[in-house]
Design a protein around this ligand. Structure first.
Ligand code: SF4
Ligand code: SF4
Length: 349
């Protein structure tokens, strides 16, 4: 792997140049709420804030928006269908390791037969530049194994003194960086990167009390009902945990007709397994009508079903669900309660 160093000044000049040719999407700071960041199009280097902890909504939204039109239909014989699909390439910049791992997890989920072609089309549009970060009290990426993920990125940046240490991961990344003024990385730069990583480990405070495989076994054994019920007694079933999650991929669809009823659009929107209606079927039966069943489903989905099926947890340890939860339900605390209850023999209850 080739590694280079680009000074902050040269990085700004490089961004200025590439923004003339590329659509660039990256983390921006909300002007009305310093400290809050969101992914959006950036028009100049000053719009971009690469030094951030997290965003409320993950960067998956640029490939899979919260609501999007899939196609427009118009009556006729035969009826016409016009697919709505953006294909312009863009540069997605400033993606943290856990969010790179999340994009990889969605690649895996959406490529299961029958493959979700729309996701694949959207993914092909992007060249991705990742960047390393330091955790806050909610981050537990180290427990999940995503804290050093480089999956899906073309280039990866680590901040060092007055510059970025840049790893080239793909030919597309190499091509993108071609016009940047850069110097090959030297031993002292590698030392700085090592210091950054040590700092990251030292600052990580949240962690799961068991390896992921053992946690899956604990959930599989069942019998954890008192914990689910305690969590459900606090949960509002609002769905914020799902809608902020970088690995949740459920959606619902609906048709919006024109006033003439001669045509309309089919839309898809993010959905949440924590909402009461999610598992409601025709005839009025609800497969998860009790709140504790929906809470349990969320944990089973993240750490058991998809782990068994696709070989990875569908949680990257980003902590967004815990930050977003108005009821203060923390995924690490609840997981550790489940582990502790099981270790005390509770799974046999
Ligand atoms: S965000 Fe919190 S309150 Fe809302 S559904 Fe998720 S766990 Fe329940
Ligand atoms: S479950 Fe929570 S911590 Fe895990 S990836 Fe989703 S939002 Fe992040």
């Amino acid at each position: 792997m080739q590694t280079y160093v680009v000074s902050h000044e040269d990085w700004s000049l490089f961004l200025d140049r590439i923004m003339e040719d590329w659509t660039v999407v990256g983390p921006r700071q909300r002007p009305d709420q310093p400290g809050f960041h969101y992914f959006d199009q950036v028009k100049g280097p000053l719009d971009l804030t690469l030094d951030y902890t997290t965003t409320t909504i993950p960067p998956k939204k640029v490939f899979f928006p919260p609501t999007e039109n899939l196609f427009r239909f118009t009556e006729g014989n035969p009826p016409s269908i016009d697919v709505v699909c953006e294909t312009t390439p863009f540069l997605l910049i400033g993606v943290h390791p856990c969010d790179l791992a999340a994009i990889d997890a969605l690649d895996a989920a959406y490529s299961c037969p029958p493959a979700e072609m729309r996701w694949a089309v959207q993914r092909k549009r992007a060249t991705i530049i990742g960047i390393d970060c330091l955790p806050d009290e909610y981050c537990f990426c180290a427990s999940i194994g995503t804290s050093e993920s480089r999956k899906t990125c073309d280039l990866f940046l680590t901040p060092i003194d007055g510059a970025y240490f840049i790893e080239i991961h793909t030919a597309a990344g190499e091509k993108t960086l071609k016009t940047a003024r850069k110097v090959p990385a030297q031993a002292r730069h590698l030392e700085e990167v090592k210091r950054w990583r040590s700092e990251k480990v030292a600052r990580t405070t949240a962690s799961l009390d068991s390896p992921i495989a053992e946690f899956a076994d604990i959930l599989d054994r069942g019998g954890l009902t008192p914990v689910w019920q305690e969590v459900a007694s606090r949960c509002y079933s609002c769905g914020s945990c799902n809608t902020t999650c970088p690995t949740c991929f459920c959606f619902s669809m609906d048709d919006e007709f024109d006033l003439t009823l001669a045509g309309g659009v089919r839309r898809r929107s993010w959905d949440s397994c924590q909402l009461l209606e999610f598992a409601l079927v025709a005839g009025g039966h609800n497969f998860r009508g009790e709140r504790w069943q929906r809470v349990r489903h969320r944990w089973h989905r993240k750490f058991l079903y998809l782990y068994r099926r696709l070989g990875r947890p569908y949680c990257t340890g980003c902590g967004r669900c815990s930050r977003a939860c108005a009821a203060d339900i923390n995924i690490v605390d609840v997981s550790n309660q489940l582990i502790s209850y099981s270790q005390k023999g509770g799974h046999n209850a």
